[in-house]
Design a protein around this ligand. Structure first.
Ligand code: ATP
Ligand code: MG
Length: 724
């Protein structure tokens, strides 16, 4: 058989991995060394050479986007459709499994997925239901607790409190939350995995079926699997399955969510006769970029260690820009993007990365101002917007009126005279009778337990849902959405809001009709899931990945976490500030090594040109921050970087070691280096540097208490102190 199309474009070690005999395989290699490529080619090999049907292949990747790309690549290699192949995220695949085996899993057929906002509300309800004070038991903390336990495979009943009263209370909240979820037929993200694992564990016949079927299991980004994901893999693989895992310990960035790098170290203990292959050639980045990444990551002590090289050539120096503030930073970045496009480049070749989602807003505004199309991955996602969640909640109620979360969300949205008092009355009846809010309503109404207007309002709400359900039963999905947002009054409600925000909300609702008109991917093996349920599940699982048009030429904005596995010719990493990246929390809690790995991930996304930037003054979360340069900048060899000073547009190689050294002009600040000054907020300090003129004149002051800061003379109101 001619296998050249599978092997030709690979180096010797990659070929060895792709064509290995049946055995557990661990590929442990650095960024851009072709791990994902090898995994894809392995699937083609298994099919064409070993003769395995796509039906027998299970491949796990990290995002839905990566799964889509993988499927497309395999289809290209094989020249046929592989829709029956199970490729997706742990969550996506578990969801698929539960849809098929809802009975065995003890779930209602139309079970709904709670995204994190829904989940928070459900936890909040449970806390209130227990009569606890939310300020002592914040829902978000309880939610983290529950998710962490589920990620460790633990139900409330399994946890031992060791006499700790806080833990005892958390366990009670967890229990109440479990009951509420079961009642509503709702499943959160962590539950998808746990429920799948338990269903397989408790059902020998089912387990044997899947073990037989999936003899080959392939896992990308293996370094980021957590305990439950790993348990899931081991259970499915059993003693005779072959796991093909690829990963890079230096890119482990989900420790905070329970990921365990040790899974790489322990792999060969758990899977006997494991063959380990290392790949060392990087095919992605210039040597400048790769050397910067290698130098940075060497500062970590906990590493397996590796040696990555590239023959792509040196390429351009890395640019480092330190801006006055976040607006200036955004301006600089967007100008570079526009230059790239003006020179004939694509917008989609540019990725702007940041540490936290909140940083995207300023960048978005700047892109918007210059009419540069862009797409944000993650963050405030389309399906997480208020109006969209309202519409989806109505649609969920149509599918399952017992869905309490959705019920609560829209029972008085738009306002229809059902006040908090009525709602808490409904809640109480529901809790006492152990029924859903929907059923509680029916009971209250038939017992005439509500007075006048409240009774009419609740009755009308129920009629609305029942009628809409009947009216939309046979409609195509987009028509269903259209009728839902009209008949429920949602559209009119947002139309009344004449502000720009209101307009955007109306547009978003219209966009939702459009989204519902697109074909929804229904897993082939779960044909009995309704189009509506498939759409709702997609909305919860793939939030953000559907927005905009993936094929438009847009600048890509995302956090460094979501950039994992991707590559772009031009990469901008913004916010290179101590306290932001590395984050303050990581500095305080000695999580700096994970932050450094995240920086390594960010840098190694770049193929040709890397630009790093910081803002000395940043307004974030409504607070002012005065920042020094990220420690990570000083860990990149100076000769690989070129610093550009704000506004002056002067560029020069970085001095070594990296040190703030301004381009001097006439000193118009009236201050000299060494001068003692006093600032109203920061106290006493010494001037160590100055730059700029007129309105831009700035001084660098080393404050005794507050540390070193750049200040704009025009605003700083420094008092000159006489040295005794
Ligand atoms: P990451 O650690 O970031 O996930 P990776 O190890 O999965 O990276 P890939 O994304 O598979 O790396 O490959 C990086 C780039 O190098 C891709 O563009 C890929 O097509 C290319 N590449 C990989 N191997 C080869 C090869 N043998 N010849 C040419 N190009 C290659
Ligand atoms: Mg990869």
């Amino acid at each position: 058989m001619d296998v050249s199309h599978i092997l030709d474009s690979l180096n010797a070690r990659q070929r060895e991995a792709v064509s290995a005999e049946n055995a557990p395989l661990l590929i442990q290699a650095g960024a851009g060394s072709g791990k994902t490529r090898v995994l894809t080619h392995r699937i083609a090999w298994l099919n064409q050479v070993v003769g395995l049907s796509p039906f027998g292949i299970l491949a796990v990747t990290f995002t839905n986007k990566a799964a889509g790309e993988m499927r497309a690549r395999v289809e290209e290699l094989l020249g046929m459709s592989v829709a029956s192949m199970w490729v997706g995220t742990f969550h996506g695949l578990s969801h698929r499994f539960l849809r098929m085996h809802w009975k065995e899993a003890g779930l209602p057929q139309g079970f709904q997925i709670l995204d994190s906002e829904d989940q928070k509300r459900m936890v909040q309800r449970s806390i209130r239901g227990l009569g606890l004070d939310e300020s002592h038991w914040p829902p978000r903390t309880a939610m983290w607790y529950i998710n962490a336990k589920k990620d460790d495979g633990l139900r409330a009943d399994h946890i031992r409190d060791e006499g700790d009263p806080t833990e005892q209370q958390m366990i009670e909240i967890y229990k109440a939350y479990e009951t509420a979820c079961n009642l509503a037929g709702a499943v959160d993200f962590a539950e998808l995995l746990l429920r799948t694992l338990e269903t397989l564990r408790n059902n020998e016949a089912l387990l044997q079926h899947y073990r037989q079927r999936f003899q080959h299991i392939l896992v990308d980004e293996f370094q980021d699997t957590n305990a439950i994901q790993y348990a899931w893999l081991r259970l499915l693989a059993g003693d005779s399955g072959y796991v093909f895992a690829v990963g890079d310990d230096d890119q482990s960035i989900y420790g905070w969510r329970g990921a365990r790098v040790e899974n790489i170290l322990n792999f060969s203990d758990h899977f006997p006769d494991t063959k380990t292959i290392r790949l060392e050639q990087n095919y992605r980045s210039t040597s400048t970029i790769l050397n910067a990444a290698n130098a940075l990551i060497e500062n970590n002590s906990n590493r397996l260690g590796k040696n990555l090289w590239t023959d792509i050539g040196e390429g351009e120096l890395i640019t480092f820009y330190s801006a006055y503030n976040e607006g200036d930073e955004a301006k600089f970045v967007v100008e570079r993007v526009m230059e790239h496009v003006a020179g004939g480049g694509q917008r989609a070749e540019c990725a702007i990365l940041y540490r936290s989602n909140a940083q995207s807003r300023v960048l978005e505004e700047e892109l918007f101002r210059h009419a540069v199309p862009y797409r944000v991955y993650g963050g405030m996602r389309f399906f997480e917007r208020m109006e969209i969640k309202d519409a989806l909640a109505y649609m969920r109620l149509l599918s399952l009126p017992e869905d309490d979360i959705s019920f609560e969300r829209v029972v008085n949205q738009p306002p229809r005279g059902i006040g908090d008092k009525t709602i808490s009355q409904i809640r109480n009846v529901a809790r006492e009778a152990g029924v859903s809010l929907w059923h509680a309503c029916a009971e209250i109404l038939s017992a005439n337990a509500l007075k006048g207007r409240a009774a009419t309002a609740v009755g009308n709400f129920m009629k609305l849902i029942i009628k809409l359900r009947a009216d939309t039963k046979d409609l195509a999905l987009d028509k269903l959405v259209e009728q839902t947002i009209k008949d429920t009054g949602l559209l009119e409600h947002y139309q009344k809001d004449r502000s720009e925000k209101g307009e955007a909300r109306v547009e978003n609702l219209q966009e939702l009709i459009g989204a519902a008109g697109m074909p929804v991917e229904t897993p082939q093996d779960t044909p009995d899931i309704s189009e509506l349920d498939a759409f709702l599940a997609n909305a919860a699982l793939e939030a953000g990945e559907q927005q905009g048009n993936e094929f438009d030429d847009c600048v890509q904005l995302m956090t460094m976490h979501s950039a994992k596995g991707l590559e772009f010719p031009l990469v901008f990493i913004t916010g290179m500030e101590q306290g932001l990246f590395p984050s303050q929390r990581s500095i305080e809690e000695s999580g700096i090594e994970e932050e450094r790995r995240l920086c390594y991930v960010g840098i190694t996304r770049a193929q040709q040109k890397l630009t790093l930037s910081m803002a000395e003054h940043r307004r974030l979360y409504g607070r002012d921050h005065f920042n020094t340069t990220s420690k990570f900048i000083s860990e990149i060899p100076a000769e690989l970087m070129m610093e550009i000073r704000p506004r002056l547009n002067v560029s020069r190689p970085m001095p070594s070691p990296v040190r703030r050294q301004s381009i001097r002009e006439d000193n118009t600040t009236g201050l000299s280096v060494g001068q003692r000054v006093m600032h109203a907020k920061f106290g006493e300090g010494t001037v160590t540097d100055y730059e700029g003129q007129g309105a831009h004149a700035r001084v660098y002051v080393n404050f005794e208490e507050a540390g070193p800061k750049w200040l704009v003379m025009a605003y700083a109101k420094l008092e000159i102190m006489n040295v005794a």
